[in-house]
Ligand binder design. Structure first.
Ligand code: ALA
Length: 493
């Protein structure tokens, strides 16, 4: 196995042929409004409902942005827009469900594609661990609002439990070991996994309904909360200067993840050339405007240094003595989280399937259940992985890991555009990223700036994850790659 073979690329023709063999042609039914709704459905979740508090107030690992959270949101929105333009070109060029993994296989070669596929597990599965944990926080808040208190030892992460003697004292013990875990988070993941295993389809109407609920509660928060804003809370505007704004931007990046999911529908768009960019940029634009408004109202309602809580929007309403609004927001937030969980829990097995079809993962990952017609094994493994993670992990640790993994994928998508334009300048592109190479290179710079905002501990975790991925590739993927076996369509760069 030569060094050059690690960078063999899969030709776009062979990918499209493989796609035709497997799936047949999909119906082109999606228009621009469907795509924007799809995007908003995948984007609005734990980030805006849960992590904004950490971004504003900071935590033991990073400084907070304070009221300058507004600037953090604007800068992250801009960074995502640059990458989104690159995603749109690749999605229209390689309209296959594997997302950034597939694009990279066609541009930067097998090893990098594997690393991206491995990192997409961070985006989808680890991201979902974070969303499930945040879901649990709001769900317990909702129960509390109804007078039902969930035992703390059954709704906590391991680190909090270990550092809180009161929780450990309450917990039942088996052979002296206290039983602490996040039961609601495990419960929602298990439920959604069963739904996806038996292949219940989420209709466009259902998604549109969930999107309306999400936007409705955020609009309620902004419109009602605006009356309780005290401008003195916006002073000082940036208590930790640029360092705080950058750390805040890195945290709220999580709130934007999901727009890339639209790119996987390239084959189902009526007019991909026009509608994909409208869908991707439109949903990003809608979310950025809403996020900035929420950030302004939130930091105006309570002092920024009191925002480090798992349910900042509800807490702000309770502080303003608006318990009814806090209840509605908690309910809407549970719905919003559930929508994101579904999209990501559905996306992860598709990526595992693509990698398995290429021989980089065992064939069982692409096996389809004969009765339910779903990728049974891949869905089940994803469900177990997310449930186990959600039972013990904390929101911030998982969100950081997810965001670093996603940003690394974004970075390579931007580089991929430049590489492919040079290598295949005359290939017909139904959507072209404007001003190449300026836009992709600015995208790379923006991703690097966001990456620099994560704490060291998150980088250590990421390095461990990456090392594990390279070991898996060396032990399995490298030897079983279908591209390696078929010498005809392989090419080393
Ligand atoms: N953007 C998604 C969320 O905030 C991942 O939940």
């Amino acid at each position: 196995m030569s060094f050059r073979s690690l960078f063999r690329v899969k030709s776009i023709e062979s990918m499209l042929a493989q796609q035709d063999e497997g799936a047949g042609t999909l119906r082109r039914t999606l228009g621009p409004v469907d795509l924007i709704l799809l995007g908003v459905g995948a984007i609005v979740g734990a980030g805006i409902f849960g992590l904004v508090g950490t971004a504003a107030a900071g935590d033991s690992l990073r400084p907070g942005a304070g009221p300058a959270l507004i600037v953090s949101f604007l800068l992250t929105g801009l960074a995502c827009a640059l990458t989104a333009l690159c995603y749109a070109e690749l999605a229209a060029l390689v309209p296959i469900s594997g997302s950034a993994y597939t694009y990279t296989y066609a541009t930067l070669g097998e090893l990098i594609a594997w690393i991206i596929g491995w990192n997409l597990i961070l985006e989808y599965a680890v991201g979902n661990i974070a969303v499930a944990v945040s879901w649990s926080g709001y769900f317990c808040g909702l129960l509390r609002g109804c007078g039902l208190e969930f035992p703390q030892y059954l709704a906590t992460d391991l680190r909090t439990a270990l550092s809180t003697p009161a929780i450990l004292d309450q917990a039942p013990r088996v052979f002296g070991v206290p039983i602490v875990f996040n039961l609601p988070a495990v419960g929602i993941v298990a439920l959604l996994t069963v739904v996806l295993l038996v292949g219940i389809r989420v209709s466009a109407w259902f998604n549109a309904g969930m999107v309306l609920v999400k936007l409705g509660v955020l609009a309620l928060f902004v419109l009602v909360g605006a009356f309780y804003v005290r401008p003195e809370n916006w002073q000082p505007f940036a208590p930790h200067g640029w360092a705080g704004i950058q750390a805040g931007a890195a945290v709220v990046f999580f709130a934007f993840i999901g727009f890339d999911a639209i790119s996987t529908t390239a084959e189902e768009c009526r007019r991909p050339r026009r509608d994909l960019p409208i869908g991707i940029l439109g949903s990003l634009g809608v979310c950025t405007v809403i996020y900035v408004a929420v950030a302004a109202v939130l930091t105006g309602m309570i002092p920024w240094n009191q925002l480090n809580t798992a349910e900042p929007l509800s807490v702000a309403m309770r502080v303003a003595k608006l318990d009814w609004a806090a209840g509605i927001i908690a309910l809407g937030s549970v719905v919003a989280h559930t929508g994101v969980l579904l999209v990501f829990q559905l996306g992860q097995p598709r990526i595992l399937m693509s990698m398995s079809r290429d021989g980089l993962l065992p064939p069982v990952f692409s096996r389809v259940h004969p009765r339910f017609r779903t990728p049974f094994f891949a869905t089940l493994v994803t469900g177990i992985f997310v449930a186990v993670g959600a039972s013990l992990a904390s929101l911030e640790e998982m969100a950081d890991l997810c965001s670093i993994g996603t940003l690394s994928a974004f970075l390579l998508v931007c580089i991929g555009i430049v590489v492919l334009r040079r290598r295949e300048p005359h290939r017909a592109r139904s959507f072209r990223t404007p001003w190449v190479p300026v836009v992709p290179l600015l995208g790379v710079a923006a991703c690097l700036w966001l990456l620099a905002g994560f704490p060291n501990l998150a980088w250590v975790r990421f390095a461990v994850w990456l090392a594990a991925g390279i070991v898996c590739y060396a032990l399995y993927g490298r030897r079983h790659s279908r591209l390696a076996a078929s010498s005809g369509d392989s090419r080393a760069t």
